[in-house]
Design a protein around this ligand. Structure first.
Ligand code: RIB
Length: 315
């Protein structure tokens, strides 16, 4: 990987409140937790920091509240080397937050958009001219849909590739999808998007069903599809062909939070650095494997050295 990619992330910035528990509460039930951690997160911020830790030149566009969480998140992103000049402060809204219940190595997340939901077209209109300078634009669905649609259109008009992580799932228009170069759902999002369930049994997933999903998505406009399959790895179908990469063996998963974000950061970094699709999928799987072996979202994201060391050991 010789070139330093220049990436624009337009997306969410959250504070994650994670409580670990032995048991998920049932309706009307209160259970005791056995651990609590407040940490930095948000799909946009996670992907931006992952890309920066791998060595990309990253600019983030997003919004925080005029509060301590917002100031801390901006400082953290800045320390990570992310350009935060275009992060807007929304006076009337709190910084976005996520309540994460962690049970064993499984989580359930509720996101409150806060300032993320208050991003306006006026906050991103400057990108119309600026966007041409980026190698890729990265979007998720934790900010208003009209912002994502506008940014994808600006990118499309200037021929800049768009990566859309369709999470949390929301219906997207064909017009939006026609501006998308890479669309990345997990299995649940893939089913919501296409109605096709990808059968999975731990480390094995039906690649025929994954291909059905990909073909349906491509028929709606996206050029390529990257499906994350948890412990079954990841599947790609698109312009460069069809590829599958199994998940990394022997990882002790402690917290899956941000595993998808970390995978996406790894994949985008590899592809925009000129790596072929098969190697990019593998690199992304190793990046995500390190993330699931640690607690939290941003605190768990690995550096390029850590990913390369792990890849070296696997040879
Ligand atoms: O993808 C994980 C992220 O989803 C968390 O960091 C949380 O903030 C939510 O956005």
């Amino acid at each position: 990987m010789s070139r330093k990619p220049k990436i624009l992330v337009v997306g969410s910035i959250n504070v994650d409140l994670t409580v670990s528990t032995e048991v998920f509460p049932k309706e009307g039930e209160t259970v005791s937790g056995n651990g609590f951690k407040k940490s930095a997160g948000g799909k946009g911020a996670n992907q931006a920091v992952q890309l920066a830790r791998l060595g990309a030149d990253v600019t983030m566009v997003g919004a925080v509240g005029n509060d301590a969480d917002g100031r801390e998140m901006r400082e953290l992103l800045c320390r990570e080397g992310v350009d935060t000049s275009f992060i807007t402060v929304k006076n009337d809204m709190p910084t976005g937050c996520a309540v994460i219940v962690l049970h064993g190595a499984k989580n359930r997340i509720i996101v409150y958009a806060g300032a993320n939901g208050a991003l306006e077209l006026a906050d991103v209109e400057f990108l119309k001219n600026e966007i041409a300078g980026y190698d890729m634009v990265v979007l998720q669905l934790e900010i208003p849909m009209e912002i994502n649609e506008a940014v994808a259109k600006y990118a499309c008009e200037k021929g800049v590739p768009v990566f859309l992580n369709i999470a949390p799932y929301a219906p997207v228009s064909d017009e939006f999808l026609s501006c998308v170069t890479y669309l990345s759902p997990n299995e649940t999002e893939a089913e919501s998007l296409t109605g096709v369930k990808i059968t999975r049994n731990r480390a094995a997933a039906s690649l025929d069903e994954a291909k059905q999903v990909a073909k349906l998505v491509i028929a709606r406009g996206s050029d390529n599809v990257v499906i994350t399959l948890g412990s079954a790895g990841a599947y790609f179908f698109g312009e460069s062909g069809e590829f599958y990469s199994s998940a990394v063996d022997g990882i002790k998963a402690v917290d899956p939070t941000a595993a998808g974000d970390s995978f996406i950061g790894g994949f985008i970094f590899a592809v925009t650095s000129g790596v072929d699709t098969a190697a990019a999928l593998r690199f992304a799987n190793y990046t995500a494997a390190l993330t699931v072996s640690r607690m939290g979202a941003i605190p768990s994201l690995p550096t390029l050295d850590e990913v390369n060391t792990m890849l070296e050991k696997s040879k």
